[in-house]
Design a protein around this ligand. Structure first.
Ligand code: GRF
Length: 197
């Protein structure tokens, strides 16, 4: 199983998955990183893991259709089986979405279907969880479809929301669990314990 990553920023989730592949707990080969941001920390992580990377964005491809095609071509050239969104802040084009239907995974830092959707990313998610007075938050690994955060859920993990939590402290607690949940989900997919539609 060859993994292709899409990331925009630090890529700590990608790192957790790279580490799992390295130790053999995930039976998969990290094969490509596509980044929209040429300053993303994820690029350095890919280089350290000797995984090829490419920057594709509206500067390299001003036409959205061309960008979609270039992404699809890069994924096909690298013979990617599964696309892993690891903090990717852009929408994926329709050709890539269709070709990799049910083969694009995302992690969201809350218990979907709550606190997801357009505009719900980064600290905003944790702010919304606290404002809603939730006692539990967590992380969700799910498949991507054309809508934000709406594809089938594969696995979730909970964390408590504590009375004195700030969005920052909650984010930290959730992110630690993300680093367990995402690799764990991929390991289960690789072993056939989670079957993709
Ligand atoms: C994570 O919180 C993830 O849930 C969300 O984007 C963030 C990415 O963080 N989709 P990192 O780049 O993996 O550190």
């Amino acid at each position: 199983m060859k993994l292709g990553f899409l990331a925009s920023h630090g890529g700590s989730n990608m790192q957790a998955i790279l580490d799992g592949c390295e130790t053999g707990s995930i039976q998969a080969t990290p094969a490509l990183l596509i980044c929209n941001n040429r300053n993303a920390g994820a690029l350095e992580r890919a280089a350290n893991a000797q995984m090829p990377s490419v920057v594709l964005n509206s500067k390299t491809h001003p036409e959205p259709d061309d960008l979609d095609r270039a992404m699809l071509e890069a994924l096909r050239d690298a013979k990617i089986d599964l696309v892993i969104l690891a903090g990717y802040m852009k929408k994926i084009g329709p050709k890539t979405l269709t070709t990799f239907s049910n083969r694009i995974l995302n992690i969201h830092p809350a218990l979907l279907p709550k606190h997801g959707g357009q505009g719900m990313y980064g600290m905003r998610v944790h702010e919304a969880v606290i404002v809603a007075g939730e006692k539990q938050s967590g992380a969700t690994v799910h498949l991507i479809d054309a809508e934000y955060d709406e594809g089938p859920i594969l696995q979730q993990i909970s964390v408590p929301v504590l009375p004195d939590d700030t969005p920052e402290t909650l984010q930290k607690r959730v992110l630690e669990k993300e680093h367990f949940l995402y690799p764990n989900t991929l390991a289960k997919i690789a072993r056939g314990e989670i079957k993709l539609p």
